[in-house]
Design a protein around this ligand. Structure first.
Ligand SMILES: [Zn+2]
Length: 68
């Protein structure tokens, strides 16, 4: 839902890689090549970026608005 800040398994910081990864994949590059270029070599980290689905904007529509 929220962009993964770190790999769920090994803890490597990944938050700074999400935007470049997303942009390059949306522009038609092969995700495998993008991950190699970004230096994401461990399969746990690759899984974390590949498996992420950005749902935060849809979920925010249903968030509760706090009133006093
Ligand atoms: Zn990892």
């Amino acid at each position: 839902m929220i962009t993964p800040i770190r790999c769920w398994t090994c803890g490597r910081p990944l938050g700074h890689l999400w935007e470049p990864f997303k942009q390059r994949v949306l522009n038609g590059e092969n995700p495998e090549k993008v991950l190699n270029d970004l230096g994401v070599t461990r399969y746990c980290c690759r899984r974390t970026l590949l498996g992420h689905i950005e749902l935060i904007n849809q979920v925010l529509e249903y968030s509760r608005i706090e009133t006093e």
